[in-house]
Design a protein around this ligand. Structure first.
Ligand SMILES: Nc1ncnc2c1ncn2[C@@H]1O[C@H](COP(=O)(O)OP(=O)(O)OP(=O)(O)O)[C@@H](O)[C@H]1O
Ligand SMILES: [Mg+2]
Length: 238
């Protein structure tokens, strides 16, 4: 992915008069896992959707490796949502479908199922898999296109600890293989386990950003301190 990772330049997103996202100069580390945190309504999902090109900014641009984020670069990203949207077909057919759509060989399906621990479930209807299994299938589908960057919006928000851990293990392997991860989560334990870098957002703006270790050891802003301590009242003030 080159020297520079994802960057924004004068990026704003508005709804009416409300500026929901305002990121004049965000620079994410080109490697490892960036965890985006912040209270409900901070703009985390909007930011991921902007990064992935699902919505268009009102001003500014997103750069990747020093280039404007065009369709070619977006093709090197994949986005995983909190609630997977799967086809009413078998797990295997869900992966075959994506591979075919991208003109990739379908013989990769077994390895993808194996990678997410679903080798024994390939013929089961995707929508009858458990929540954790469905999310693992959604991650396999995202990985099918060999992304260089994986964006994840609260991928474990409705999963139990065991299913969450299974997904964290898969993401750990994906990161080790050199894929850049951008993970939105409200799960502080997960943020501590997964983050190399933290971006703390509130009201569409970066409140604080830094290496995970420093952020968790001593957040610099009252808003981040309050969030980490679970003091939700203080968040409203800052
Ligand atoms: N299309 C839209 N029009 C108007 N407001 C919007 C639109 N989309 C999102 N918003 C508002 O923008 C703000 C940010 O929304 P977003 O979904 O990005 O928050 P979030 O940080 O992901 O929150 P959560 O933690 O609850 O998922 C919210 O106040 C939301 O109501
Ligand atoms: Mg959200």
């Amino acid at each position: 992915m080159g020297e520079a990772g994802l960057q924004t330049r004068d990026l704003t997103y508005q709804a009416g008069a409300a500026r929901l996202v305002d990121l004049p100069d965000l620079r994410l580390s080109p490697t490892g896992t960036t965890v985006i945190m912040g209270p409900n309504g901070a703009g985390k999902s909007l930011v991921l959707r902007l990064f992935h090109g699902l919505i268009r900014p009102d001003t500014g641009e997103i750069m990747l490796a020093g280039r404007g984020l065009d369709a070619g670069l977006r093709g090197k990203q994949a986005l995983v949502f909190q609630k997977p949207v799967l086809l009413r077909r078998s797990a295997r057919a869900n992966l075959d479908f994506v591979l075919k759509a991208r003109g990739l060989p379908r013989d990769r399906t077994p390895a993808l199922l194996e990678q997410v621990g679903l080798a024994a479930h390939g013929e089961r209807p995707a929508r009858r898999l458990s929540g954790g299994e469905q999310q693992r299938l959604a991650i396999a589908r995202a990985l099918a296109t060999d992304p260089e960057m994986l964006l994840l919006d609260e991928p474990t928000a409705s999963l139990d600890p065991a299913a969450t851990l299974a997904i964290e293990r898969i993401l750990g392997e994906v990161k080790a293989a050199g894929v850049k991860l951008i993970l939105v989560t409200h799960d502080l334990g997960q943020a501590r386990r997964m983050a190399d870098e933290v971006v703390f957002l509130a009201r569409g703006r970066v409140v604080e950003q830094g290496p995970a270790e420093a952020f968790f050891a001593g957040p610099e802003t009252e808003a981040a301190r309050a969030y980490l301590a679970g003091r939700l009242d203080a968040l409203v003030e800052e």
